[in-house]
Design a protein around this ligand. Structure first.
Ligand code: GLY
Length: 354
């Protein structure tokens, strides 16, 4: 599967140019956007036409990835007399693009859709690869499908509007891409102060390429694509537990902790790599400590790993009751479907978090 991605950057890697003008001239566009773009400017080719196109605004965040919100958007598409000749343009972070891709792919058996990610996480991960969906029964992304957008348009002007937490969230996914697939990229980014102006922008395109290359090899998530879940099994379990405990926990912070735990596990399997993986974890701690808000570190330290394990057992990657997760053989090289037991999970937890 080959995804059409267009960058605003000078050295474009656009494989083809979207027919924006044709869509605009024939009034075929519908826009689904994050609430904050009611008032904030939107960049890119839509800017001059923003006021003329029918729009639906939805608050960003996990709470919007629900069946109720999906129904609201389907009703709005109905009210706007939308058919399969229309294109739904989805503008927002990962939650909005996941949700919007699901709505578009299911309405009338599928409208073409365009993703304009406005967060780092969206630009390098969520908006690439055609995974879309919603949460169900308190677990993330339980209902969804694989459907590529007609186009992903990546405009890095949005990055300067992101706060420190959102920059860190996205950075964790970018770090993840380097650690699973590109040791040279990791060496280039390991010492970056992500809060300096323009520090992140140069790394968006290389990171988006990594994701695109992996997805092109394994669109349906049967093999190498699973490596993108490095750090995510624990992250999703922590997000579930945080929700149970009424603790606000952002995805990127959870992924950071998930990677730190995974590095401990990987080092126990590859003792010759344990030192360099420990150093990676120290860098990740450094970025997480740079978030001005309380990043819930005290809550994490007080948790019992046995209280997180039930959510790990629900992970979509597991097979026949066996937990299967991603390990790093070394920086830049990941292996998927490695079995994990509760005893191993708990002993690594104690080493890295307590
Ligand atoms: N975010 C993981 C994937 O797209 O496979």
């Amino acid at each position: 599967m080959h995804q059409n991605i267009q960058f605003n950057l000078p050295d474009q890697i656009a494989e083809s140019v979207a027919p924006w003008n044709e869509w605009l001239e024939t009034g075929r566009l519908r826009i689904l956007a994050d609430d904050r773009f009611r008032t904030a400017p939107v960049f890119g080719p839509l800017l001059p036409f923003w006021d003329q196109i029918p729009k639906c605004f939805i608050p960003g965040g996990e709470a919007s990835k629900s069946l109720d919100v999906v129904q609201k958007i389907w009703s709005w598409l109905d009210a706007e007399a939308t058919d399969r000749g229309h294109v739904l343009v989805i503008v927002g972070g990962g939650t909005i693009t996941d949700l919007g891709g699901f709505v578009a792919s299911t309405y009338k058996r599928g409208l073409p859709f365009v993703l304009i990610p406005t967060t780092i996480m969206g630009m390098i991960d969520a908006a690439i690869g055609g995974k879309n969906g919603i949460n169900y029964a308190h677990f993330k992304n339980q209902i969804g499908l694989f459907q590529l957008p007609a186009l992903t348009y990546i405009d890095d002007h949005f990055i300067s509007s992101l706060d420190a937490l959102e920059r860190t969230n996205g950075w964790m996914e970018l770090v993840k891409h380097s650690l699973i697939a590109d040791a040279a990229l990791w060496n280039d980014i390991a010492d970056i102060d992500i809060h300096l102006p323009d520090a992140i922008e140069p790394w968006i395109q290389p990171a988006a390429r990594i994701k695109k290359t992996i997805v092109a090899q394994d669109f349906l998530d049967q093999s190498v694509r699973k490596t993108l879940n490095y750090g995510h099994t624990l992250a999703h379990a922590l997000e579930w537990k945080a929700q149970e405990d009424g603790i606000p926990l952002s995805h990127g912070v959870a992924v950071g902790w998930g990677m730190i735990w995974s590095n401990g596990w990987s080092g126990s399997l590859q003792p010759t790599e344990s030192r360099s993986l420990f150093q990676v974890s120290q860098k990740i701690h450094g970025w997480l400590d740079g978030i001005p808000e309380n990043n819930q570190r005290d809550w994490l330290s007080a948790l019992n790993p046995r209280d997180v394990w039930p959510a790990i057992l629900r992970d979509k990657k597991n097979r026949n009751g066996v937990v299967l997760d991603v390990v790093l053989d070394r920086v830049g090289n990941a292996r998927w479907d490695h079995p994990l037991t509760l005893d191993k999970f708990s002993s690594i937890w104690k080493q890295v978090f307590q």
